[in-house]
Design a protein around this ligand. Structure first.
Ligand SMILES: C[S@@+](CC[C@H](N)C(=O)[O-])C[C@H]1O[C@@H](n2cnc3c(N)ncnc32)[C@H](O)[C@@H]1O
Length: 254
């Protein structure tokens, strides 16, 4: 027998967005790794704990809570910053898997949304194996992404007939490479990058805290709702201390 690591997609905020496969995976796990990002009011941490309490029968499991290394802005480049952060996390994961998981036990990372979408857990596990540390097998259990939650709550399909969809980050969008795309889903945008496109004939479907009791939804012509979204976003972030938002920008048909 060897150690087994599960990456369980838990959805992006709604505890009912857990699949049957995820519930079964939760119930065959002995050790849950909970990464504490160190925010004052960590709603995301609480949701992970709630999911364990809600879906696991009995309490025959352990929670191992560790401080997630903070990502420092690197003086040289963005990529160098990410690289240093991933290496720190690999060292941490190696220690956790080595010390906190028994030889024939199963441990799990509860991954926000789906592990395949803008999440580094898979890359870091590969790095742990490359480092030649503890041996383990791993398995991915898919989850509902924030992109799916956004589309469902606005009751839209992400593409119109035959059109492509691009999923990108605020950083990439700001570099302008995606301006000619029909449907762009933007994640990880701390700077309201949509404002740069208000002169174009676009619609926006915006959602924050999707699936949670604090959910916010705004949609309309970008030129008309851009200010409203910016204001709502700033206010919510100031009140809660954090925000997660995603939006679809769609070119209006001529
Ligand atoms: C590091 S990525 C993780 C994405 C995640 N793996 C997924 O499948 O949705 C974090 C970004 O996902 C988006 N996001 C995650 N949860 C969200 C939510 N509940 N509401 C709105 N956006 C969310 C935001 O764009 C946020 O900046």
């Amino acid at each position: 027998m060897s150690k087994k690591i599960l990456l369980i997609g838990i959805g992006a905020g709604n505890p009912e967005h857990i699949t049957v496969q995820a519930i079964k995976a939760l119930n065959r796990t002995q050790v849950f790794f909970i990464l504490d990002k160190g925010y004052d009011n960590d709603d995301l941490l609480r949701l992970r704990k709630d999911i364990c309490e809600r879906y696991i029968e009995g309490n025959d499991y352990r929670l191992v809570q560790v401080q997630d290394p903070r990502r420092e802005d690197h003086p040289d480049t963005y990529r160098a910053g990410i690289e240093a952060w991933h290496e720190q996390r690999a060292v941490l994961f190696e220690r956790m898997i080595g010390e906190d998981v028994g030889a024939d036990e199963t441990a799990a990372f509860l991954v926000w949304g789906d592990p395949a979408l803008y999440d580094s857990t898979l890359r870091i596990l590969d790095r742990v194996l490359e480092r030649g540390g503890p041996m383990f097998e791993y398995e991915v259990i898919p989850g509902i992404t924030s992109v799916q939650a956004l589309a469902a709550r606005h009751r839209i399909a992400l593409n119109r007939i035959g059109e492509p969809i691009l999923i990108t980050t605020g950083r990439q969008l700001a570099q302008g490479q995606d301006a000619a795309i029909d449907n762009v889903v933007v994640m990880l945008d701390a700077h309201c990058t949509f404002e740069r496109f208000v002169d174009q004939d676009l619609s926006i479907y915006w959602g924050a805290y999707l699936g949670t009791p604090d959910e916010m939804l705004i949609c309309g012509k970008l030129s008309e709702v851009s200010e409203q979204i910016k204001h709502a976003r700033e206010q919510a972030r100031a009140e809660k201390g954090w925000i997660m938002d995603t939006y679809l920008l769609r070119r209006t048909l001529a």
